[in-house]
Each structure stands twice: as C-alpha cells, then as structure tokens.
Design a protein around this ligand. Structure first.
Ligand SMILES: Nc1ncnc2c1ncn2[C@@H]1O[C@H](COP(=O)(O)OP(=O)(O)OP(=O)(O)O)[C@@H](O)[C@H]1O
Ligand SMILES: [Mg+2]
Length: 130
C-alpha cells in the first residue's frame, strides 16, 4: 500500500502522522518505509534522533527526491506500507500524490486550516483524476 501524507498547509501533522502510521503498521506485524520527501527532512531528523538515543525505529526512513518518487515501485513484502511524508508544494508534492494509492490529508479543525485541506483534496482529486 502506498500512502502519501500531504497538505499544502504547514505544521498540520504530516510528519507526525507519517511516523505514527508507520509504527502502527509495524506494531500490527507489517513492514513500513517512510519516504521523506520534505526538504525540511523532519522525518529523517526524527529517525536520526531516535538512533542517537539508542532507540532505533522499527522501520526505515529514506530520503526521497523527484526521481525516487516517480519510480517508486511496489513493496511486495506481505503487509508492506510505503508512506510518503510529502512537502507542501511543488513537483515533489505532485509526484507524491501520483505515486500513492491514496492520500491522507491531516488537518486541524480550524476554519482556516480546513480551507487549505479542501484545496489540497481538490488538488489530489484533480491530479489522480478521481
Ligand atoms: N495529532 C496531533 N495532536 C497534537 N499535536 C500534534 C498532532 N500531530 C502533530 N502534532 C504536533 O504539531 C506540530 C506539527 O507537527 P508536524 O511536524 O508533524 O507537522 P507537519 O505538517 O509535518 O509540519 P511541516 O509543514 O513543518 O512539515 C508538532 O509540534 C507536533 O508534535
Ligand atoms: Mg513535516
């Protein structure tokens, strides 16, 4: 399963959701890979900090660029999830959406944030031809 966690709004929980989704997959006996497509590298920093603390995560966090995402094959291992922590804009966001089986749009319930979430959903629908 390929999942893109995306929102054009920043600070809405994309990285946190990506990492917790991956851990949930592992906790349920599956395998997960998080593809860090955000130039801020928050998911990679998270994994590095865990390693530095001697508390390695149970899943891989790999950097992802345009080439990585546009060529993202399917992980055929049983129960495998590939989770893309998407950037808020640009070709990488587009590539993350196109690579994914589905898109998760985290948001707060504030009217301003919901407006951005709807815009994000419209963009995802348009590019996936839903
Ligand atoms: N479900 C949640 N409940 C409360 N706080 C949360 C939740 N998810 C994330 N946070 C907090 O919200 C902040 C932003 O989260 P996060 O970095 O995951 O967002 P982001 O969308 O990846 O941000 P960015 O746009 O900078 O990449 C962090 O301080 C995080 O701890
Ligand atoms: Mg982030």
């Amino acid at each position: 399963m390929k999942l893109a966690v995306a929102n054009i709004k920043g600070g809405v929980g994309k990285t946190t959701s990506s990492m917790y989704m991956a851990q949930t997959v592992v906790d349920r006996g599956g395998v997960a890979t998080v593809y860090d497509a955000d130039p801020q590298s928050s998911a990679s920093l998270w994994a590095d900090a865990a390693r530095d603390n001697g508390d390695e995560l149970g899943f891989e966090v790999l950097p992802a660029n345009l080439s990585t995402l546009s060529r993202l094959g399917r992980d055929e291992r049983p129960g495998a999830w590939q989770i893309v922590d998407a950037p808020p804009q640009g070709k990488l966001l587009q590539a993350a959406i196109e690579a994914a089986d589905f898109v998760l749009v985290p948001t707060s319930d504030s009217p301003m944030d919901l407006q951005q979430a709807w815009a994000m959903l419209d963009e995802a629908r348009a590019s996936r031809c839903f």
